[in-house]
Design a binder for this molecule. Structure first.
Ligand SMILES: OC[C@H]1O[C@H](O[C@H]2O[C@H](CO)[C@@H](O)[C@H](O)[C@H]2O)[C@H](O)[C@@H](O)[C@@H]1O
Length: 602
C-alpha cells in the first residue's frame, strides 16, 4: 500500500518531479516531463505499478527527514540501535538527460539495506525488458522509454522486480543513479553523483539567496518558494498546479483530478508570489508562456493548458490502477479545459497589471493579448460559467466570477491611467461600473446580510472572502463584514474553511470533501484586513502546523481524520501561505506600507 499523502516529500528538477515516502520508496515519477506517463505509479496503486525502494532491511528503523537548507535535496535518516544511515535524494536541475540520484551515507555501525526497482511504464501498466549492460548497470526498455540504473551493487531479478541487499558501514557513501533516455538512442552517459550533488546544492542555494527578507516566517516562506519553483517547467516557463494526478479530495471518493497542467489562475497567483519574493525571471518566463499559449482567437482561450501551451488535455480514466487508498477513478487529463471560468480573465489582467507595477518591463504583445481578451469578456461576462471551483454541475452566475470580470476591467482602466497604455478607457470604465452594480444587486442577499455563491442562490462560497482583497469593496463595508461572518457561521469545520457546502451545491459529484487550505488562508487574510490580528495569527499558525514534516501542503485537509487530502504539493496552497505570511508581517506597519505590497491585489 502507498504511504499517506503527508508522508511524501517532493524531489524535482524543474522538468518533472517525484514523490518519496518516509519508507524510502519513490512511488511517483513521470519522465521526462511533469505530464509524461508515470514509470512509478505505486502512489495510485501497488508496488507492482512501479516504484523504487531504498531503505534498511529492518522496517522498524526510526525515520527523520529534512531538506538541506533552502534546497530540494532531501536527507532521510534511518536509525536502529546498531546503525544509522542517511539517504540523500535529489534530481539535478538540468533535466536533459534527467537523473534521479540517491546516495546512501553510513553514519554509524553497519546498516543492512535493501533496494527494489520496479519500472512500469504507461502509468504502472507496462513491464519493460530488463537487461544488464554490466554487473552494475541495469537497463529497462519498453516502447519509447529507457531507464538505466547504475548502482554500487549488482541487482538480481525476482518476480519481475530488480532487487539487492547490501550493507553500508560508517563513513561509506554508496551512489545509485537512475537516468532516463529515449530508447532509440544510446544509454545516457553516467552521471557523477557527488559532482551533481554539489551542482544541485549550488543551484538551489543561489536561487534561494535571491529571496527578499521574509521576516518572521522566513524558513516557512523559503520552503514554499522552493516548492513553487519546483513546479515550474524550465524549458517553457509553464507552471503546474501540482505534480500529481488523482490524489483524492476525500479518501475513497471520486473527487480525483489531474493537476499536471498549467492553470491560468494558479499560475498567475504563483508568479505573483515568486515576484513578491524577488524572482522576476520566472514572472517574465510565465508572461511569455501566457502570450504564446493564449495566442489566437480570444474565444478559444482555455482556463488551463499543457506545460508547453498545448490545448489538448483530454480526460480519461485508468482502469488498472486501484487508486490512492482505493479512491477511484484515477484520471489522466482534465476535462475542465473545456469549461468557461470568467474569473480567469480577472486573474490574468490582475497578474499582468501587478507585474507592471512591480517593475516587469511592459510587453506590447502582452497588452495586445489583454485587449483582445477584454473585447471577448465584454461580450460574454453576462453568461453563466463553471466558476473558480470548476463545478461539473450546471453553469451558474457565480458571484465571484462576475466580481473577477469587474477586476479585469478595473485593471485595464488602471493600465491606461497608471502606465499610459492605449485603449478605450471610457468604455472600460463604464463596463466596470455596470458589473459592480450587477454584482451588488444580484450577488448580495439582504436577508442573509451576505454575498452569495451565485445570483439567486442562498449558498455561501469561500471565494467571496477575496472580495475585499481584490478591491471590489472595502472591508469596512457592512456587506463584506456580513459575508465574512456568514462564512464563519456556515463554512467552518473545526476552524478550517470549506469551499462551499458540497451537499447543497450541484457540482456534479457526490457530497463530501476536506477543508480547502487556500480558503482557510484567505480567511486569515480577511481577518488581517479587518484588524483582527490575533485571529489571523492564530489561524495562520494552525495552518503552518498542518504542513508535513518537510513543510509541504496538499490542496485540502480533513480536520477530523487529521489527514492531508488532494494533489500534493499544491501550488495554490503554498501561494496562499506566502501571501498570508506577507500580509501578516506587514499588518502592524503604517497603512501606506501595507498597501504597497502586491499581495493586496488592488
Ligand atoms: O473539485 C472540482 C475540481 O477540482 C479541480 O479544480 C481545483 O484545482 C484547480 C487547480 O489547482 C484550481 O484552479 C481550481 O480552482 C480547483 O477547484 C479539478 O482540476 C477540476 O477538474 C475539478 O472539477
Amino acid at each position: 500500500m502507498a504511504s499517506r499523502i503527508e508522508d511524501y516529500a517532493l524531489l524535482g528538477d524543474c522538468y518533472s518531479a517525484a514523490l518519496v515516502g518516509k519508507d524510502g520508496s519513490i512511488d511517483w515519477l513521470c519522465w521526462p516531463r511533469f505530464d509524461s506517463d508515470a514509470c512509478f505509479a505505486a502512489l495510485l496503486g501497488t508496488p507492482d505499478n512501479g516504484r523504487w525502494l531504498l531503505a534498511p532491511v529492518d522496517a522498524t528503523a526510526r525515520v527523520s527527514r529534512r531538506y538541506r537548507e533552502d534546497t530540494l535535496i532531501l536527507e532521510t535518516r534511518f536509525e536502529t540501535d546498531d546503525a544509522a544511515v542517511v539517504v540523500i535524494d535529489f534530481m539535478p536541475p538540468h533535466g536533459d538527460p534527467p537523473d534521479l540520484i540517491r546516495i546512501v551515507v553510513g553514519e554509524r555501525g553497519s546498516m543492512p539495506m535493501r533496494t527494489e526497482l520496479v519500472v512500469r511504464y504507461g502509468y504502472g501498466a507496462i513491464v519493460p525488458w530488463c537487461s544488464k549492460l554490466d554487473p552494475h548497470t541495469l537497463m529497462a526498455v519498453s516502447g519509447p522509454d529507457m531507464l538505466v540504473l547504475r548502482s554500487p551493487v549488482a541487482l538480481r531479478g525476482e518476480n519481475l522486480h530488480s532487487v539487492a541487499e547490501f550493507s553500508v558501514g560508517a563513513g561509506e557513501r554508496q551512489p545509485f543513479v537512475l537516468g532516463y533516455g529515449p530508447s532509440h538512442l544510446p544509454p545516457p552517459a553516467p552521471a557523477d553523483a557527488e559532482r551533481e550533488l554539489e551542482r544541485t546544492e549550488r543551484f538551489w542555494t543561489e536561487w534561494s539567496s535571491a529571496h527578499h527578507d521574509a521576516g518572521e516566517w522566513a524558513p516557512e516562506v523559503a520552503r514554499s518558494l522552493v516548492t513553487l519553483k519546483a513546479l515550474t517547467y524550465a524549458p517553457t516557463g509553464g507552471i503546474v498546479a501540482a505534480p500529481t494526478t488523482s490524489l483524492p479530495e476525500q479518501l475513497g471518493s471520486s473527487r480525483n483530478w489531474d493537476y499536471r497542467f498549467c492553470w491560468l489562475r494558479d499560475a498567475t497567483l504563483t508568479l505573483l508570489a515568486l515576484m513578491n519574493a524577488g524572482h522576476y525571471e520566472e514572472a517574465k518566463a510565465w508572461r511569455d508562456w501566457l502570450v504564446r499559449a493564449a495566442a489566437g482567437a480570444p474565444e478559444q482561450m482555455q482556463i488551463l493548458y499543457g506545460i508547453a501551451g498545448e490545448h489538448r488535455a483530454t480526460e480519461w480514466e485508468v482502469p488498472w490502477l486501484c487508486g490512492h487508498e482505493a479512491s477511484r477513478p484515477v484520471r489522466i487529463g482534465n476535462a475542465a479545459c473545456e469549461q468557461l471560468q470568467l474569473d480567469v480573465f480577472g486573474e490574468v489582467m490582475d497578474a499582468l497589471h501587478q507585474a507592471r507595477c512591480g517593475g516587469l518591463a511592459a510587453s506590447d504583445s502582452a497588452w495586445a493579448l489583454q485587449q483582445a481578451l477584454l473585447d471577448h469578456l465584454e461580450r460574454i461576462w453576462q453568461e453563466p460559467d463553471e466558476g473558480i471551483w470548476e463545478v461539473r454541475g450546471p453553469r451558474q452566475h457565480f458571484t465571484f466570477s462576475k466580481a473577477m470580470a469587474w477586476v479585469a476591467f478595473d485593471r485595464a482602466v488602471k493600465g491606461v491611467e497608471q502606465f499610459g497604455l492605449p485603449g478605450p478607457v471610457e468604455r472600460w470604465r463604464s463596463l466596470r461600473d455596470r458589473i459592480h452594480e450587477d454584482v451588488c444587486l444580484h450577488g448580495f442577499d439582504a436577508e442573509l446580510g451576505s454575498f452569495v455563491q451565485a445570483y439567486g442562490s442562498r449558498q455561501l462560497d469561500a471565494s467571496l472572502l477575496l472580495l475585499p482583497t481584490i478591491g471590489f469593496l472595502p472591508v469596512s463595508d457592512a456587506r463584506i463584514a456580513g459575508t465574512i461572518a456568514a462564512i464563519e457561521r456556515r463554512l467552518l469545520v473545526d476552524g478550517l474553511v470549506l469551499r462551499y457546502d458540497t451537499a447543497q451545491t450541484d457540482d456534479g459529484l457526490p457530497a463530501g470533501e476536506g477543508a480547502f487550505l487556500a480558503c482557510s488562508l484567505w480567511l486569515a487574510d480577511a481577518y488581517t484586513l479587518m484588524g483582527r490580528l490575533e485571529d489571523a495569527r492564530r489561524l495562520f499558525q494552525r495552518l503552518l502546523a498542518l504542513r508535513n514534516d518537510v513543510g509541504l501542503l496538499a490542496e485540502e485537509y480533513d480536520p477530523r481524520a487529521g489527514r492531508q487530502l488532494g494533489n500534493f504539493p499544491q501550488a495554490f496552497s503554498h501561494v496562499s501561505l506566502l501571501n498570508t505570511a506577507h500580509n501578516l508581517s506587514r499588518a502592524d506597519k503604517p497603512a501606506q506600507q501595507r498597501s504597497a505590497g502586491l499581495h493586496r491585489r488592488r
